[in-house]
Design a protein around this ligand. Structure first.
Ligand code: ZN
Ligand code: ZN
Length: 369
């Protein structure tokens, strides 16, 4: 979908919410709806279903981005002001907007206070209305062009990991930080803008810490090594976790791995259009609970991936809503035995009619290196 088509889809949500317009302050949403990638901007999208809705909508950014905004957003009127949200609230008031939605999950308390002061001073009838998550709801469903970019981001991570394993970089004596730096460098060599998030390399007992930060601890023989990483490419993220053993896996390591792998398969197979997200979590969690490790699976099953590394939908026991075709999500169960080691296996997949499409193609058999 082009930015104008995304704005048209948003208008339908705005009308359903009985809003005259939406003030978009989350820069990721600004990018999604307009194509603009600068560091200061806001967007006003009018709700009415008419030909001039686009002419009345506008992007605001500051003087540093005059040329960039004109090039990236040729199809919307541009406003150049440093205080973008304020400028757009004023413009909305002048243009007869009454119910103005704002991104209440994003705007700070101070930011909201400044806008409320402005509308009180102007007395132009603008009412600020909480409107959380509207653009996020649209972003959760990817079109084929977006999926293609995410597929490429996943392929970069796959290629980097294959090289890491193939060149023997995972061996006793190397530190967690060295391995993480090498993964990042290899992803860049394959075209990534950078890592999608701080790469996790967790060896031995550290592998039992779900979001461990790499240290100068050396990988040792018989260690479980858990690596969680992804590529940022074309603005989109990939996300994958693999856990390997340095040497011949011990029985407890093999059992732990098999349990998590079985749960991960159950989670992947539960990804169907129309399924409640909580039921996907439960499909994988049940396997681990029945294996006696329910307490040690201490996080949700997965999350949406796109312009942000974590976005809607949340695949968790507390998640609400159902899966739609085109949602791109992770499935990442883990079991963490404090002081001993942990296993997590994570893929990025696209929900499709029928079976979900796997985007992270690195194998999931237990690697003994
Ligand atoms: Zn991950
Ligand atoms: Zn993840």
């Amino acid at each position: 979908m082009t930015p104008p088509a995304r704005r048209a889809a948003l208008r339908e949500l705005l009308r359903a919410a009985e809003l005259d317009a939406l003030l978009v302050t989350d820069l990721v949403n600004v990018r999604y709806l307009s194509g603009f990638t600068g560091s200061n901007a806001a967007l006003l999208v009018h709700a009415e279903d008419s030909a001039d809705a686009e002419d009345r909508s506008r992007l605001c950014t500051d003087g540093r981005y005059v040329a960039q905004s004109a090039a990236q957003v040729p199809d919307l009127p541009l406003l150049i002001e440093r205080a973008c949200a304020q400028a757009l609230v004023e413009a909305a008031g002048t243009d007869g907007v009454r119910r103005l939605g704002f991104e209440s999950g994003h705007l700070t308390v101070d930011g909201h206070a400044a806008l409320a002061d402005l509308t009180a001073k102007k007395r132009d009838g603008v009412r600020l209305c909480r409107a959380p998550g509207l653009v996020q709801r649209l972003r959760a469903v990817k079109d084929e062009a977006e999926i293609e970019v995410i597929r490429a981001a996943c392929a970069i991570a796959d290629a980097a990991f294959a090289e890491l394993v193939g060149t023997g970089a995972l061996r006793p004596g190397r530190t967690e930080r060295q391995v993480a730096a090498e993964l990042d460098a290899r992803m860049r060599e394959h075209g990534a803008h950078g890592p999608a998030f701080d790469t996790i390399v967790a060896a031995g007992a550290h592998s039992a810490i779900p979001h461990h930060q790499p240290t100068d601890v050396e990988l040792a023989s018989c260690d479980l090594v858990k690596m969680d990483f992804g590529a940022l490419h074309g603005g989109y993220h990939s996300d994958m976790t693999r856990t390997v053993v340095l040497g011949h896996p011990a029985d407890w390591q093999r059992e732990l791995y098999e349990l998590v792998a079985t749960a991960q398969r159950a989670g992947r197979h539960a990804l169907h259009v129309g399924v409640e997200v909580a039921d996907v979590d439960s499909a994988a969690r049940t396997v681990i609970t029945e294996g006696g490790r329910g307490e040690e699976f201490s996080h949700g099953l997965g999350h949406g991936v796109g312009l942000e590394i974590h976005e809607a939908p949340a695949l968790a026991a507390t998640g609400v809503g159902t899966l739609s075709s085109g949602m791109t999500v992770t499935v990442e169960p883990g079991v963490y035995l404090a002081g001993r080691g942990g296993v997590r296996i994570e893929d990025t997949l696209v929900v499709r009619p029928g079976a979900a499409e796997l985007l992270t193609l690195t194998g999931k058999e237990l690697l003994g290196l």
